[in-house]
Write a protein that binds this ligand. Sequence first.
Ligand code: SF4
Length: 735
Amino acid sequence: MSRTVNSFCRACHACCGVLVDIEKGVPIRVRGDKENPLFQGFCCIKGQNYAAQRNSPNRLWYSQKRQPDGSYLPIPVDQAIDEIAVKLTSLIKEHGARSVAAYIGTFGSTSSSANSVMSGAWMTAIGSPMTFTSNTIDQPGKFVAAALFGRWMAPSHNFLQAQATLLIGMNPLVSMSGGIPHTNPGRHLTDALKRGMKLIVIDPRRSETARRAQIHLQPKPGADIPILAAMLQFIIDNELYDAEFVADNTTGLSSLRAALEVYTPEVVTELSGLDYEQITEAAREFATAGSGVATAGTGPNMSGNTTLLEYLVLCLNTLCGRWLRAGEQVTEPATLSEFVQPIAQAQSPSPEFAYGFGEQLRVRNLSSTAAGLPTAALPDEILLPGEGQVKALISHGGNPVSIWPDQVKAIESIRALELSVQIDLTMSTTARESDYVIAVRHPLEMPGITLTHEFMNSYAPGFGTTAPWAQYSPAVVEPPEDSDLLEDWQFFYRLAQRMELQLEATPILWHGTSGIEPWTVDMTHEPTTDDIFEFVTKAGRVSLEEVKQYPAGAIFADPAVIVAPKEANWEGRLDLANNEMMSNLMRSVHSGETKGAYPFRLVSRRQINVLNSSWHDNPGQVRGDSHNPAFMHPLDMEALELNNGMGISLSSEHGTISAVVKADKNLRRGVISMSHGWGGLPEQDQAFRDIGSNTGKLISNDSHYERYTGLPRMSNIPVAVKLLNESSSSPPNSL
Ligand code: SF4
């Protein structure tokens, strides 16, 4: 019998409301829901393949244990947990709790809102501070800069009202993440352009989004800081900023202006490769538009100075007064997540919680940051002998082998662990290096709530959607009867039971501290997923019970949330001139390009059909393109006598990969763009035409990195290109 049910996609943070067609208990199709009031039928190719992902022939239905010869055999999940508990107890006894680390990837939060709660409670219960997430190998500067800058205690302008939008290294028509609301970004952009919004894009590539911009600046990669410096300078000097807002709510304008002085037109032109007038025209358009925000994306954040970049973006938005004021209505207030009344006032910076606090790592003088512990340093924490060495890793919702920068070191570190546990849906590259692989349910087999969708709103200016929407979905299908699967969070709960730990759960927030009291979890009777959802939503503006009344989700707009006026005698101010940021700004003027042996710059590139290292094995998503090409400008290819489809080697100071070259006239000359997360293990390097190439091998995690967050330079990497001799049998960078 067939039926169709409502659910929502958890393949990324967008949580698109979808319809799932089910036959004989198996999901056969996932499609957009035209009746959904927010998404209106939108569902990207990844969501359309959600059923295929769930039914994948590579899907794990049983947990796996590695055998002495390196092969894997199924193991009952409860037996696996027993064995893991014994090993962890022994490691903690001998080496202390710090010897156990957890890594949470993107899907650790998107696939289940219960997972982060229980995994966090388990780490707290064993007493280990060593939790790492993908946040610190993505855009950690957003969090660190906010701590240095301070927070406006109300949202930024919403896209619906924007008269100008500035996207710095963002391509939201493909990434579905920020800059343009992820609820059908194409439709939102069309509507906005029709009503007269100005779109300004800064990107070395004429991306899908840049092609629709009125102003596209196509600079050298890595030039975002000089460009932002020039824009800020122009806006200040021409008094295009919101003088009243700045006077009432900020400090440091004159110090910021002084620090910008080194960015003369000549310097900016040299560093960016742009005409200075192009930049000032963009600055004028943005500043005089009156509404709309600037947002930076992955590429600029990964280019070596994430915190300063995001700090300057905050300066730009603040100078232009792009924050909601008293009496204005909040477009997307919290629904299920903890509600805090927005107030039109500045929360002063908390630099003591920006970086350099909390757990001290043993390498590169790194420590905790507002974005979490630096994940790029975790391989060193595993490999470096001595007190505090990490000896066990539990990885969930991510794929470290394919995603962590410096792939060779990442694999070496995972192979060096005394215990490696990967929680996964398939035998990913990390699963194939792990001692235990815990097979878990697909989101369609689990209840879900749209918390991550809401969290995007508080991630940074320019993120989020256009209405306070929420949805609850029960599990819409069950796994096969003879399978042996858990939900991710159940692994941590049962592990705690075996280790006789008491879990105290706390809600997961992206910013600030929760007002919800911790939950002492019943360790005798296993809670349900809904029990955990009840806990994390208990301070929501709308109750979970009410949301459950609307199987297709609903917009919970009433009562309207209005920004409250500034409190009497409030003294908080945003800091436009944090000392460290100003020093960094002046130092960064000297960070120009050095061509030498590496004349090209490799930049990152998102794909619409896959996300990071996931679903490269799904024919419906890769559509015959089973690798990640190295895109080059046709004239650069001609100069090197390269043709489409030829094999090339790409070398950085750190490593070499093989790739298939493909022409892209939308690139600035001298730029090569590739997607990350592809390829397999180093032993598979020669299969680059079939499985792609891992750009992580070109990245050093300890020679070029940001000193606050440890984020390595993962984009704008100097590289050399050569025609590959494909008859050569030795793969580059073998372990
Ligand atoms: S945008 Fe994200 S949530 Fe929406 S369908 Fe695509 S992958 Fe799923």
